[in-house]
Ligand binder design. Structure first.
Ligand code: PLZ
Length: 448
């Protein structure tokens, strides 16, 4: 099998950072010039490098530079780049059955993915799933299902949330720019309510929940709301962990008022937070869960999973799509679930937290620009605030990213104000690599 590959086998990459050219190197520069001619300017580029191959926590660019990857393509390659079990399963499946629209004629991997999601999402009630291609599509479908089930129209979301780039999901994002500006008319019937952000608002969970609920009751009316869509840990918003009891109060309010509680776990789900789904940390059993990113380990697939009576409220033919739950992507999800169990990867996510947190707290003690260190599992962030002005220090985040890139480490930003540096390593990143990269972060902070 491997002799069919023309590039070096990805699993032979030495687990270390290694810079061998200027950044970007000549081949990346050449590709970038082609990109500028052929690719829409609307698609942005966080880094000026082009990746050739990758394994586990290391990506190698077209010039042979190796980077320790804290982005994972925004939290996708949780089980590692080119995970062996995933690659084998995908190779096997692609030659067996590449496509059969599930609604035309079914196949086992789709059914198996739905069984695995029922088993591993929170709660032991009867659950069903439907599969789609992207996180945004999963959120869209969750809203469709909740509307059909409740017979209501209105959708509630929280400040600092992110749910996608389709018309409906872009309307559900907190940041109008860059997701909505110029793309109107955006979807109606979407209502944005204050969230819980303990580091900034200082509110208890009960106080923050009261603020959210009052807003929705006064501005929308509980009886009008089909669903409340909530990220248990807000991702793009800056890894915001709500105050204790906040999500529970919202879930209770939803239950009392017949509102479907949708947990958007596209970013926080599938092992990322040190649990299968982040709702578990808060003792939340959502009515519906959206998942994507990590479940496919790099294959494009997403899901809505939830209470059977809600998922079954939709008439046959009301849900679907040509590629949803494609057999190759579905085989990848099955392999990811099996690998998580076989290698105990939830414990590895906890190890990442145990290694990173003290290193980051130590840096915080030395650098007042680090205002907050927060996160769970392999979903950790630092928030940078200029100690002199109290303003979000987005420029410092950019400077750190730039410095680290040239030292062979890829760090991602986040946050409504761009002043959060987030770490989304694969859970198989070794303690050696984590420590090495935090050394680079320390140097970057010194250089500010
Ligand atoms: N819900 C919670 O984090 C995707 C966005 C990348 P898609 N986040 C990364 C970008 O800039 O486009 C995300 C998410 C949450 C939904 C989505 C949307 O998932 O697979 O990107 O559609």
């Amino acid at each position: 099998m491997t002799d069919m590959l023309t590039s070096p086998h990805s699993s032979t990459i030495a687990p270390e950072r290694r810079i061998v050219t200027a950044i970007p190197g000549p081949k990346s520069e050449e590709l970038h010039a082609r990109r500028m001619h052929a690719v829409s300017a609307g698609v942005s580029a966080a880094f000026p490098i082009y990746i050739d191959h990758a394994h586990d926590a290391i990506v190698v660019d077209v010039d042979g530079n190796q980077f320790i990857d804290f982005t994972g393509g925004i939290g996708v390659t949780t089980v590692g780049h080119t995970n062996d079990a995933l690659v084998d399963a995908v190779r096997d499946q692609v030659g067996k059955l590449t496509h059969s629209l599930f609604a035309v004629a079914g196949y086992e991997p789709y059914v198996r993915v739905c069984e695995l999601l029922a088993q591993h999402t929170p709660g032991d009630h009867h659950k069903k799933s439907m599969l789609v291609n992207s996180g945004a599509e999963a959120v869209e479908n969750a809203v469709k299902i909740a509307r059909k089930y409740t017979g209501r129209t209105e959708v509630a979301v929280l400040h600092h949330g992110y749910h996608g780039r389709t018309n409906l999901t872009a309307s559900m994002n907190y940041n109008m720019h860059p997701y909505g500006t110029g793309f109107g008319p955006l979807a109606g019937s979407v209502h944005h309510a204050p969230n819980s952000h303990p580091f900034h608002d200082g509110l208890s969970g009960a106080e923050a929940a009261k603020r959210t609920i009052t807003h929705l009751e006064k501005r929308v009316g509980a009886s009008q709301i089909a669903c409340l869509v909530v990220e248990p840990i807000q991702g793009e918003g800056g890894f915001i962990i709500p105050a204790d009891g906040y999500l529970n109060a919202l879930a209770d309010w939803c239950k009392e008022n017949g509102i479907v509680y949708v947990s958007d776990e596209v970013q926080s789900g599938m092992v990322r937070s040190g649990a299968y789904f982040a709702s578990e940390h808060f003792g939340i059993i959502p009515d519906l869960v959206t998942s994507a990113k990590g479940i496919g380990g790099g294959m494009p697939i997403a899901a809505v999973t939830g209470r059977a009576e809600i998922m079954d409220a939709v008439h046959p033919g009301g849900l679907g799509g040509t590629f949803g739950g494609n057999p190759v992507a579905a085989a990848g999800v099955v392999a990811v679930f099996e690998d998580v169990e076989r290698r105990g990867l939830i414990n590895e996510a906890k190890r990442i937290e145990a290694t990173l947190m003290p290193l980051l707290k130590n840096l915080q003690a030395q650098h007042p620009v680090i205002a907050d260190v927060r996160g769970k599992g392999a979903m950790i962030a630092i928030e940078l605030i200029d100690p002199a002005t109290g303003e979000p220090a987005a420029d410092a985040v950019k400077a750190i990213q730039h410095y680290a890139l040239h030292q062979g480490v890829l760090f991602l930003s986040a946050g409504t104000f761009g002043n959060v540096l987030r770490f989304l390593p694969s859970v198989v990143m070794s303690d050696e690599l984590l420590t090495d990269a935090m050394g680079v972060l320390a140097d970057a902070l010194e250089s500010l």
